[in-house]
Design a protein around this ligand. Structure first.
Ligand code: ADP
Ligand code: 5GP
Length: 247
């Protein structure tokens, strides 16, 4: 699930794709103020050294593990932007189109695939399709921003292949009982859906360990602790990249 809606007045609009039917090109949105980049010397150029580009952060984990909560905190800490995905699943009453997801019908989603608009896409849980619009992500990276994707393992594998310098973090629950408790705490689904997501979680966690798409695995036991751990991992990645570019 997407993090809680970003405030609409924020100077950091979520990345957003071009409207359906428009040709692939620059995103519809742009910040009114120059964005604060991860790197002070960021330049808006495709030729910018790797260290001056923003960082693409991929966050995955089973439903209910705490991704939304953690992603929101990380975005706050790095002045990052959340990549709003497109999906064919139904918009729930808690969600807003264009903020949590771009809710598309099947033909429109397929059209976006054909036009090459997705950085990655997948059918999640064998049902609805989800995809990351490519251009908004690229634009924000060129601005030097931290761009956060909350995507499943299949999507993370595609991102690892097409964006090798992405940083992947997989979030694990402290134990299975706690995962079940948090799934219920979200209050989003009926008990049958919760049970299904819980059993899918086991499969997802074992695939994540072997697929090579993740740089780090963190356990969401205590929220403050896991946020600090993730912040340190990101900072360390940025530092390594910066020293590599100086060599
Ligand atoms: P996801 O996005 O992975 O589905 P959420 O961020 O919506 O997960 O979190 C699911 C539930 O677990 C929410 O009620 C959230 O407040 C709670 N939660 C998240 N992290 C923790 C934590 N470290 N300890 C206890 N509860 C947590
Ligand atoms: P939900 O329906 O609960 O919002 O999300 C279900 C799953 O879809 C989550 O595991 C989430 O990470 C994943 N997901 C959300 N957006 C995308 C996306 O753009 N691409 C992929 N591959 N998975 C996504």
């Amino acid at each position: 699930m997407a993090p809680p809606p970003m405030p609409p007045t924020s100077s950091d609009p979520p990345t957003s794709p071009p409207p359906p039917g428009a040709s692939a090109g620059p995103p519809a949105t742009s910040s009114s103020e120059p964005p604060e980049s991860l790197m002070p010397d960021t330049v808006d150029s495709p030729e910018a050294p790797a260290s001056r580009r923003g960082l693409l952060l991929v966050v995955s984990g089973p439903s209910g593990v705490g991704k939304t909560t953690i992603v929101h905190r990380i975005i706050d800490r790095f002045n990052g932007v959340f990549s709003v995905s497109a999906t064919t699943r139904e918009c729930s009453s808690h969600e807003t189109d264009g903020v949590d997801y771009f809710f598309l019908d099947e033909p429109t989603f397929r059209g976006w695939i054909d036009e090459g608009r997705f950085l990655e896409f997948a059918q999640v849980f064998g049902r609805s399709s989800y995809g990351t619009p490519r251009d908004p992500v690229e634009d924000r990276l060129r601005e030097g921003r931290l761009v956060v994707l909350d995507i499943d393992v299949q999507g993370a594998i595609q991102v690892r292949a097409n964006t090798p310098d992405a940083f992947g973090v997989f979030i694990l629950p402290p134990d299975e009982g706690e995962l079940l408790r948090r799934l219920r705490a979200r209050g989003r689904e009926d008990e049958a859906t919760i049970e299904r997501r819980f059993s899918e979680a086991r499969h997802e966690m074992s695939t994540a360990r072997t697929c090579g798409a993740y740089n780090a695995f963190v356990v969401n036991d205590d929220l403050e602790r896991v946020v600090e751990e993730t912040v340190r991992l990101i900072e360390s990645r940025l530092k390594d990249r910066s020293s590599e570019s100086k060599r």
